[in-house]
Design a protein around this ligand. Sequence first.
Ligand code: DC
Length: 217
Amino acid sequence: AGKSTVAARLAARLGVPHIDTGAMYRAVALLALRDGLSPSLDGGGEARISELMAAHCLDVEVGPDGTRVLVDGEEVSREIRSAECSLMASAVSALPAVRRALVPLQRRLGELHGGVMEGRDIGTVVLPTATLKVFLTASPDERARRRHRDLSGTGTDESLDAVREQQRRRDLQDTMRAESPLQVARGSVVVDTTGLELEEVVERLLAEVARVLESGA
Ligand code: DC
């Protein structure tokens, strides 16, 4: 539901770091792609990815411009945004070994920097005692329209119907999967962004931040 843009904008407005946990799954995906693995991950993919994570140095730098990711000292923040890497990130993020390795790292980043941490399991698994937990959602039609618009910007010509169908399948997969399924964390504020402009969503969230701060959390 446009969470990356909203999280980045909210962090900028608050003057706090924006910690993008998806970038970390994408970095592991890049290691897997460079090793020649395919997103189907058949034939011992999980064991191989564990070896790769142990053999390489993954660094995350949290700064005012967002999250920078380095693999063995090489900045890969742009490379991890490719369509290929998105597909692979979705596959590696379903592996228990990968989540076991990344979640403690994310907790440490949260403790070190605080700020706006973005990801589907932050409120449920990574930081369940966070001061404010937000679950962004939007109607399936609106999400398909946004995704279709984003994809059009990259030169692909998938139809809106095709995008909507892929999204329906991914939603099902994400909510049904055994490892960290997509769930609304207990105590989170659910914000439906259907029909709202980016700045309207950010204003809503700033009001929530003000509310929890006033309550002395
Ligand atoms: O938000 P994103 O597209 O950059 O995330 C990349 C992939 O990682 C995506 O398939 C969702 C997954 N992910 C996850 O499982 N848990 C997180 N905390 C963040 C991302």
